[in-house]
Write a protein that binds this ligand. Structure first.
Ligand SMILES: [Zn+2]
Length: 172
């Protein structure tokens, strides 16, 4: 528990990554540039939204038409800052661990393809459980539902009252 309490933040936008007091958009491309490009995942930022467009990224990368940045999702991954945690456990789970984790990874890759924000930070074995940390609440819930749909079992969501954070438990 303590581990997560230390990571609490006020929920005010901009504080999370040390941009307190800054009002301008740190990803906004400079004058004359088409977009910002994340040098880590190659996501593009334009008109205040993140998206993937490999053709556009290839055309812009390394030119002065683009501002090179690290996107918020890659920062969360680098800082290990999950907004969702899915815990998988149970006898059935342990018998089919590889298969179930394979489904998690496959589904996460599918989601990550169309959404810049939703990614797995890491998958950690913790004794007879496995913990999946995600960059968004949405992804942890989505992965929990995916496993539930495929294998039934027990699915439980616990939201944090103060913060943007959810714990999802699946057990079978
Ligand atoms: Zn990125």
């Amino acid at each position: 528990m303590g581990r997560y309490q230390e990571r609490k933040w006020s929920g005010e936008k901009g504080k999370k990554f040390g941009h307190a007091g800054r009002t301008e958009d740190p990803y906004q491309p400079a004058e004359g540039q088409e977009a910002s490009l994340c040098t880590s995942c190659r996501a593009l930022y334009q008109n205040k939204r993140w998206f993937f467009d490999e053709k556009m990224a290839a055309r812009l990368a390394g030119t002065d038409q683009v501002r090179e940045v690290i996107c918020p999702t890659c920062r969360k991954i680098r800082d290990r800052y999950p907004e969702g945690v899915l815990t998988l456990s149970g006898e059935f789970f342990n018998e089919r661990r590889e298969e179930i984790l394979g489904l998690i990874e496959k589904e996460a890759a599918k989601v990550a393809n169309r959404s810049v924000a939703d990614r797995i930070i890491q998958i950690l074995p913790e004794g007879d459980k496995v913990v999946v940390e995600t960059t968004t609440e949405k992804l942890a819930q989505h992965l929990g539902r995916t496993i539930y749909r495929a294998y039934k079992g027990d699915l439980d969501f616990r939201w944090s009252e103060m913060n943007r954070f959810v714990r999802v438990y699946w057990r079978r």
